[in-house]
Design a protein around this ligand. Structure first.
Ligand code: CO
Length: 449
């Protein structure tokens, strides 16, 4: 998910909100969610059928009995490879819970000592409670996006695509999110962004959406996985016509530049300058016209804190005087957006993304449906972003009045789609990085991007 630079109007409304977010560095909900041990995958069910089915009836022959003895088969056999579509929980594929590390990068310059420093190594070991959760979430992301990248084709509906990604995420984390509180333990970290062409971010279908992906479309796929509120935020761009290759290459290069420059004590404004330089060294030719690729100047990367996708720090993607430094232990989503348009986004289209604000004011709600809905949101999402579709699947109906009331009361924040000018094309790549005491871990890195 992207962070949009507050414009003057919303700055007023926010009323110093960013500072408040920033001071809140610990998780808000403190849910102790380890993965449930109850296997609920299709896979388990199939095994159940095999184990119980086909047994001999009352007139069992000796042969049948003998056969039974001959097969002291375990009740369940665990899958050792991921299925297609992905439905095997990762705890079955990694029984020792040793999830693969991301790309570990040594710090540079005056921080190079950290790699071998005994004190930092100790700190890394004692503060790594979140590391396995992060690595599990990242492996889920890689396996789900492998399916997505192999299977998403023009002609598919956006709803089908979004549900495919979300069901994969739910199955692999082992959290289908239908029982109260389950989605706070793990599962979908935020709504699946499927933003096409001039739409840069925060578009996901609402109920009844009929949008079909086209051959000439450029689609940003931005989805989140969380385990115990540790959100992996990573995105890529898909296109089906090679004419967009340079646009995608520019943004991939820009994001990798941001990842390379990021580190403890680094000023975010300097990262923005490096990102912009990489991004704007590209151009793209479309229908005989050459377009410079621009960094979208009011979209940013951001820090992530437990259960909150935006912690309060921003990572600009253009040159900036922002002197804010990255610090040890922080987690950042490094995301960049390139555009053939203005390089500036505004709110447009129907909203689908929402999140309970961590600093929600305690105001009396006169609308009954708003009170009920707030209860549902708190119990199922906490401060994690959610989509209208996620309310639908929980059986909520006619909630729009209540939802809008929560937004206007400042309790829930709406994240409407962000668009550049019509006719332009935008692309995005994003990774989550952990600024561990000893190394920078690009936890969501895969062999794809
Ligand atoms: Co993000």
């Amino acid at each position: 998910m992207a962070a949009k630079t507050a414009d003057e109007l919303s700055k007023l409304a926010l009323n110093g909100n960013a500072a408040k977010h920033n001071s809140q560095t610990n998780g808000t909900n403190g849910v102790n969610g380890h993965l449930s041990d109850q296997g609920d995958s299709d896979d388990d069910k199939d095994d159940e059928v095999t184990a119980n089915g086909g047994g001999a009836d009352g007139a069992a022959s000796g042969a049948a009995k003998k056969k039974k003895k001959k097969k002291p088969k375990k009740k369940k056999t665990k899958a050792t490879v991921q299925s297609d579509p992905p439905r095997v929980p990762l705890k079955d594929l990694f029984p020792n819970e040793n999830y693969p590390a991301g790309e570990e990068v040594d710090y540079k310059d005056h921080n190079a000592y950290r790699t071998t420093n005994e004190e930092k190594r100790h700190l890394d070991r004692t503060r790594n409670d979140f590391l396995q959760e992060y690595r599990l979430g990242a492996e889920v992301h890689r396996q789900v996006r492998k399916w997505a990248r192999n299977n998403i084709k023009p002609g598919m509906g956006l709803t089908e695509i979004a549900e495919g990604i979300e069901d994969g995420t739910r199955a692999l984390t082992g959290h289908w999110g239908l029982e109260e509180g389950d989605n706070i333990k793990g599962g979908v970290g935020f709504p699946t962004g499927l933003s096409i062409n001039h739409i840069a971010a925060h578009y996901t279908p609402n109920a009844g959406n009929k949008w079909i992906l086209g051959e000439q479309d450029v689609m940003k796929v931005d989805f989140g996985v969380h385990v115990n509120g540790r959100i992996v935020d990573s995105a890529f761009t898909m296109s089906f016509d090679p004419k967009y290759d340079n646009l995608l290459a520019a943004v991939k290069d820009a994001t990798n530049t941001g990842i390379r420059e990021a580190g403890i004590d680094v000023r975010v404004g300097d990262i923005g300058a490096a990102i912009q330089e990489a991004m704007e060294s590209y151009e793209v030719e479309l229908e005989g016209k050459t377009y410079p690729v621009k960094s979208i100047k009011n979209l940013n990367g951001h820090d992530i804190i437990q259960h909150s996708i935006h912690g309060g720090k921003s990572v600009p993607i253009v040159k900036s005087n922002d002197q804010t430094k990255m610090e040890e232990g922080e987690i950042f989503a490094i995301e960049t957006f390139g555009s053939t348009g203005r390089g500036y986004v505004t709110d447009d289209l129907e909203c689908s993304h929402y999140a309970l604000r961590p600093d929600a004011p305690n105001v009396p709600l006169r609308v009954q449906s708003a009170r009920n809905l707030l209860n549902v949101i708190k119990k199922n999402f906490g401060t994690l972003p959610f989509a209208r579709r996620y309310l639908d699947r929980l059986g909520q109906e006619k909630y729009l009045l209540g939802l809008n009331n929560l937004v206007s009361s400042g309790i829930v924040e709406a994240y409407p789609p962000l668009v550049d000018i019509k006719g332009s094309y935008t692309a995005q790549f994003e990774h989550t990085i952990l600024l561990r005491p000893t190394v920078k871990e690009v936890v969501s890195r895969g062999d794809d991007y």
